[in-house]
Design a protein around this ligand. Structure first.
Ligand SMILES: Cc1cc2nc3c(=O)[nH]c(=O)nc-3n(C[C@H](O)[C@H](O)[C@H](O)COP(=O)(O)O)c2cc1C
Length: 198
């Protein structure tokens, strides 16, 4: 009898100081719902600022949503090494500063180091970049990350799904981002086409 239990798939979630902290929080909830996933959470200092400002949540509220929480200053953490196997990483939301750091391979904190490792190990990296309007540095950094194999996924809401609430709108975007990690069957409802359209 094979008594080996399948190891949980590890997903790294980083929340940085761009507007839209709710994306990272809803993502943690969604990963819990999928099951069989070990989430590793990294939150930058500015990320905590925005979590507090936009959602009025504290560390005590957020930490229990993840399986493992790492300080972004702990550069010796497991997720800093490619030998620590993960399924991929999502930065939700991703500030232009963190985007720049990843695009230039700076590895100057645990978030950009974990992203660097994810890219070098050819694992999935999804960046929910959020800024508007965009300057040339932002655009060039997005191009660079795309050339390295990362996926630039601005959390642009889809109105065709006719969301009834902000949570529904956010959850639709989160499901689309999670689908890019290929964790299992699609979480976002498939577009069936317009009835009666020409
Ligand atoms: C309330 C607030 C909203 C912000 N929104 C954005 C944003 O949408 N996009 C962005 O790139 N930076 C935004 N910033 C600036 C970043 O937080 C700042 O550049 C920070 O240094 C990013 O650091 P991090 O990437 O380590 O989190 C915002 C800052 C604050 C205080």
């Amino acid at each position: 009898m094979n008594t080996r239990v399948a190891a949980p798939r590890r997903v790294i979630v980083a929340i940085t100081g761009a507007s839209g902290a709710i994306y990272g929080i809803r993502l943690l909830h969604a990963l819990r719902r999928v099951g069989g996933i070990e989430s590793h959470l990294l939150v930058s200092g500015a990320g905590w600022l925005n979590i507090q400002h936009e959602l009025q949540l504290t560390k005590d509220d957020v930490h229990p949503l993840a399986d493992v929480v790492h300080s972004v200053r702990h550069i010796g953490a497991s997720v800093a090494s490619g030998s620590f196997s993960t399924h991929g990483m999502i930065v939700a939301p991703c500030s232009m500063k963190t985007l720049a750091s990843i695009a230039h391979g700076l590895s100057d904190n645990l978030i950009s180091r974990a992203a660097d490792v994810t890219l070098k190990e050819r694992r999935r990296l999804v960046l929910m970049v959020r800024e508007t309007p965009l300057n040339l540095a932002h655009l060039r950094n997005m191009t660079a990350v795309t050339e390295m194999g990362g996926i630039v996924f601005p959390p642009v809401p889809a109105f065709y799904s006719k969301p009834a609430s902000l949570d529904e709108m956010v959850d639709h975007t989160v499901a689309r981002a999670m689908d890019l990690l290929a964790l299992g069957p699609s979480l976002a409802p498939a577009w069936e086409g317009l009835n009666g359209a020409a």
